[in-house]
Every structure is written in C-alpha cells, then in structure tokens.
Design a protein around this ligand. Sequence first.
Ligand SMILES: N[C@@H](CCC(=O)N[C@@H](CS)C(=O)NCC(=O)O)C(=O)O
Length: 231
Amino acid sequence: MLLLQFSTSHYCRKARLALGYKGINYKIENLTPGLHILKVKPLTGLTTLPVLLPEIEGQPEGIEGSAVPKAIADSTQIFKFLETYQPEPPIFLANHEQQTEAWMLEDWLDESIGTATRFVYYQFRAGAGKQIDPSLFSQMVIRVVRKQYGVNNATVELATNRLVTALEELSIRWQRSNYLVGSSLSVADIAAAALLSPLALIPQYRQGYPWLFERIVQVHQLCGEPLPPGL
Ligand SMILES: N[C@@H](CCC(=O)N[C@@H](CS)C(=O)NCC(=O)O)C(=O)O
C-alpha cells in the first residue's frame, strides 16, 4: 500500500494512526502542497490528502475475491477500507449504537474540530510560534495556507470558541474512560488524537489541557506512530 500525504498534515496523521494500529505495512510518498493537485485530482477527483493506493505497481495486495479500489480519498473512507481489508484489530465497535456514536464524533472531529485546530495552529505559527521555523519557505507555506482557508482574527476567534466546547466534551469522555465511546479504541479516538495533535506546540493548550496530550501520546503508542511535534 502507498499513502500519498503531506508530511505535516493532521488528516494524514489520522490515516497513519489507523494503518499503524492494524499493523499494516505501507509506504509513504510526501507530496508538495500545490503541485499535489497534478497527481491527486486525476486519481480521486478531489484535491485533498491523504489518499491511499491499496496496490503498489507490481505488488498486488487485494482482498481475495473482491475488487480493490485504485485510490481511496478522505481519511474516513480510508478507515472504512482498512476495516474491511484487515478486520483485526478492529477500529469499529461491535455494538451498533456505540459505533453510530463513534461515527458521529468522528464526523464532527473531521468537519468541525480538525479545521478549527488548523485555524488556531496557523494563527499561532504566524505569530508567537514563528520561531518554530522562521525559514522563508515555512513562512511562505503558512501565508499560503492562511489565505487558502481564510485564517484571520475573526475566523480564529470562532475556531477558538469551537475548540473550548470540543475540549469540554472530550474531557468528560476521556477522563471517564480511556476511550471516547465504548471500551476499546475506535475511529473517534483516532480522529481526536490526530486532529487535535497540532495544539501540542501551543503553550496555552499544553498548560490548560494536560490530559489531552497524555491521551494523544497513549493513542500514538497504541498505533505505533511517532509522536507529533511538541510531544
Ligand atoms: N475530510 C478530509 C480532509 C483532508 C484535508 O483537509 N486535507 C488537507 C491537508 S490537512 C489538504 O489536502 N489540503 C489541500 C487542498 O485542499 O488542496 C479527510 O479527512 O481526508
């Protein structure tokens, strides 16, 4: 398998965590932001990464008796593919109601909280966090991302408020049990651990939410994935 990714993307981290948890061997190809579209759009019709290519040329790894898709776009679709491709260990919960709840959390983390994290993170990297990588290239990438997603004081304030609510909900769930839903690791835990991980570089989150980073570390350890920057 080959994972097309941006090395720093938290959505690509989400796919890597699932691959790691299942112990699947895969290779990665890091694409250059902007130029990635030339490769990705013809494959998936979308412009986003991660994209999983289940077969590496000359190395078929299909599921016996079933057609293997050529390219899978979107981290949620990658979860679904991986659970069919290799059911053990599961990232879906056996209880149907709990799995529905895990999907709702996963979708909320994906569509709302992952993007809120992006806004807060790129605001930090352009301001107090500039010294993390003051190189011209890095600052240029930050400028392009901020423009692409419309990161400004007003949108960052909304994102910050969304994160406050999200962290309240996650703190109740993660402090009550090791898992957001049920009694084993699910798509919701993996999504939260990946999509909130960029906050590890921001001192106010590190100081305010120590339990969050403890849990992010634990999920990374369970998945055999190197820890995110700052942890
Ligand atoms: N819902 C998508 C979101 C992926 C996403 O936003 N990826 C960003 C990188 S963090 C991306 O590829 N942006 C480039 C673009 O939109 O052209 C997923 O879960 O895969």
